[in-house]
Design a protein around this ligand. Structure first.
Ligand SMILES: [Mn+2]
Length: 334
């Protein structure tokens, strides 16, 4: 697959807005993942190199395995940042305003608002919006931005960008992976990326408590219909019992979508609030983004998410009915 046809590059307006800003606030999405954190950090380090005052905000727990990221300790929680008319606020990897969580108000109070994102469902909530739904990660867009600005990448920036790209592509195996990913990787290696060390941390190393959570989640496996839909769920008490933050569920949904014969899958986990967060996956040509939007969520064609009110049993029943209906509609259209 080539990228030339679909790739959307930063506009002159976006570049000049970034160059002209003195004070910049950067935000990633709620319950941040490797791409949200890695992309924000890479951009922050770039803008600091350009002499700008940069602060970063994120709402939610930073996954323990991402604590190796350079300057990760600089992230501020909601209430710790402020903006005025001279502030440029940039939302990176954030599909809609709600995904800023507790940082919405400070984002809206900035004089200029920018959105850089690769979610096809993005609502273009900035004054300047750069959305490329075909980019495999927001990190790819930050890399393009660095090139457009003529910036020579540092080793720390390479590590941040690698983290974003590799985590959002499932370690380079999703449908979204294209030639651009590997052009970018070549440059990251050239900048000194220690691939073996960090790929082990990101994709092999597991916390004992995560494996314990998994062992209590796998027995919830549901196989639906003709065996083409599968689901898993975790009650909130399982998180507390295993002393794991709700955010540390990455990869659980793979145990459902990776089953032979399964083309659509969900993973439901109950949050402290009682709401139920769903991670949705599909194998092409099936898609789950529209299904997620139906419940007020969003994401990508084959990986999306949404939140339903609890209790878990009821939320799961609603989701299962919706997935089966969605699959039926997609089969009928095929
Ligand atoms: Mn992303």
């Amino acid at each position: 697959m080539t990228t030339q046809m679909t790739r959307i590059d930063p506009t002159e307006e976006l570049l000049s807005t970034l160059k002209g800003a003195d004070s910049v606030l950067l935000f990633g999405h709620i319950a941040p993942d490797g791409d949200a954190l890695g992309s924000v950090l890479a951009l922050a380090l770039l803008l600091r190199d350009m002499g700008k005052k940069v602060e970063m905000g994120v709402d939610g727990i930073i996954p323990g395995q991402l604590m190796f990221l350079p300057s990760i300790g600089d992230f501020r929680m909601p209430g710790q940042l402020s903006a005025d008319e001279n502030t440029l606020a940039v939302a990176v990897d954030v599909g809609d305003l709600g995904r800023l969580g507790g940082h919405q108000e400070v984002f809206l109070s900035a004089g200029k608002k920018m959105v850089i994102d690769h979610h096809g469902t993005n609502t273009h909530f900035g004054d300047v919006n750069w959305v490329d739904g075909h980019a495999p990660a927001s990190a790819v867009m930050i890399w393009r931005l660095m090139k457009a600005l003529g910036h020579k990448m540092t080793k720390d920036q390479a590590l941040c960008l690698y983290t974003g790209l590799s985590t959002d592509t499932g370690n380079f195996i999703y449908e979204s992976v294209n030639d651009e990913c590997f052009s970018m990787m070549a440059e990251l290696m050239d900048a000194g990326l220690e691939l073996a060390q960090y790929s082990r941390i990101l994709f092999r190393q597991k916390r004992v408590n995560f494996v314990r959570l998994l062992s209590e989640t796998l027995p919830t496996l549901r196989i639906l219909g003709d065996g083409s839909v599968a689901g898993l769920s975790t009650a909130y008490e399982v998180f507390t019992k295993n002393n794991l933050p709700e955010s540390e569920t990455d990869g659980v949904v793979d145990y459902a979508i990776d089953l032979e014969g399964v083309v659509m899958a969900y993973y439901a986990h109950e949050k402290q609030s009682g709401d139920v967060k769903f991670s949705l996956r599909a194998l092409p040509p099936y898609r789950v983004d529209k299904l997620a939007v139906q419940f007020g969520g969003g994401g990508h064609a084959q990986a999306a998410g949404c939140t339903l009110p609890g209790p878990v049993g009821e939320a799961v029943s609603r989701m299962e009915a919706a997935i089966l209906q969605s699959k039926q509609e997609q089969d009928d259209q095929a």
